[in-house]
Design a protein around this ligand. Structure first.
Ligand SMILES: *Cc1c(COP(=O)(O)O)cnc(C)c1O
Length: 372
């Protein structure tokens, strides 16, 4: 079976640099908050063009830290898509707030501004919960419709926490996703476009006060020194070794993004006509964390591809509003028909920067046979 995501190909490419970077950390021994952590944060800020980067333990903690920094808790409503990885809404529930599930757009798969506006009006009219924040998700690497979302957020005085776990490196209207909304969260989980060799995450913000709070919150609510605790916080720091690895990976990341775009373009051009790919919004660039298509008879197509040694994956087979911990949570007034439609029809093809054209040709040939 060919790999769905080939992390070893990347490792072979830069193993000397990565081994040296790890050796360097082992030599100085500052495993927690060593110099590479600050250095990486500086480089992430430069990369995104954002004032503050705050690294943390993982992308799920990043979301929770964002909600903590915004003082979101019991009685608060946080609007988010159901068609996303569970972590997006897990953080909301962990904070004691109520997730309100919003439907997604049929073509981009990202949060639907119309469904969002209707959900906010419904919660406002009911009067039990206080609308506080929106968590748009940049699904599969494509930025959400931030222009429309920002208008809605401004009209209702809501904060925006952008879940960019899958989209680090993408942009919308020439603006890097690191600069969307009030706080942006991302993940360096190994399989994300920019991944480390373990868990890792980061937050981005242009707001000085939020940045100060986030730096404190990720480190036990620390104040002026280690034994001064001004906030209720978490232990969620990025390991120095992971920061050192990320510094090396960031160097080749722009060329990896270019490779992903080329591979996505090749899929687009040669896809059988019965399959519909995720549509890229005008003005958006994607980092193609996943290349996802919609098709009837998905399971049959996937079985046939598997018989030809072509792996595929389904993100996400069961939307969050149907998962046990979230079943009582409110949904947008017209329900989530697009989410439920997509959940039964989407599947993702192998995607990583080291997928060569020969292999891609093989995948497309098998796919053409599988749909016929
Ligand atoms: C991966 C992911 C997360 C969580 O990131 P972790 O680093 O695995 O905790 C959150 N949201 C989305 C959309 C993700 O894909």
């Amino acid at each position: 079976m060919i790999p769905f995501i080939d992390l070893q190909a990347q490792r072979q490419n830069i193993s000397t640099e990565i081994n040296a970077a790890i050796e360097n950390v082992l030599a100085h021994g500052q495993y927690i908050m060593g110099p590479q952590v600050g250095e990486l944060e500086k480089q992430l800020s430069n990369f995104c063009g954002v004032k503050h980067s705050i690294s943390c333990g993982n992308g799920t903690d990043a979301l929770q830290l964002a909600l903590m920094a915004l003082d979101i808790g019991p009685g608060d409503a946080v609007f988010a898509p159901s068609f996303t990885f569970v972590a997006t809404v897990e953080a909301v529930l962990l904070m004691g707030a109520t997730p309100v599930f919003v439907d997604v757009d049929e073509e981009t798969f990202n949060i639907c501004p119309t469904s969002l506006a209707e959900a906010i009006e419904m919660i406002t009219a009911q009067g039990d919960l206080k609308p506080r924040a929106i968590i748009p998700v940049d699904l599969f690497g494509q930025p959400a419709a931030y222009r429309q979302i920002e208008e809605i957020a401004t009209a209702h005085s809501l904060a925006i926490v952008a879940d960019a776990a899958q989209s680090f490196g993408a942009s919308l209207n020439n603006k890097n996703v690191g600069r969307m909304g009030d706080i942006v969260t991302t993940s360096f989980f190994p399989a994300k476009p920019l991944g480390c060799y373990g868990d890792g995450g980061a937050l981005f913000t242009g707001d000085d006060d939020l940045a100060t709070r986030l730096r404190s919150l990720r480190n036990h609510g620390q104040g002026t020194d280690r034994y001064d605790n001004v906030n209720l916080g978490l232990n969620s720091r990025l390991d120095t070794i992971q920061a050192a690895i990320l510094i090396e990976k960031l160097k080749i990341f722009p060329s990896e993004i270019d490779a992903r775009k080329k591979i996505a373009q090749y899929y687009h051009t040669n896809l059988p006509s019965s399959l519909r790919p995720q549509k890229l919004m005008e003005g958006a660039t994607s980092v193609w964390a996943q290349y996802t298509v919609v098709g009837e008879n998905r399971d049959q197509i996937r079985d046939r591809l598997a018989a030809d040694d072509i792996p595929t994956a389904v993100y996400y087979p069961k939307p969050n509003h149907l998962q046990a911990p979230y079943q009582g949570a409110p949904c947008a007034p017209k329900g989530l028909p697009v989410t439920e439609h997509l959940q039964e029809r989407v599947f993702s093809l192998p995607m990583h920067p080291y997928l060569d054209e020969e292999l891609q040709g093989k995948i497309l040939e098998a796919l053409t046979r599988a749909v016929s």
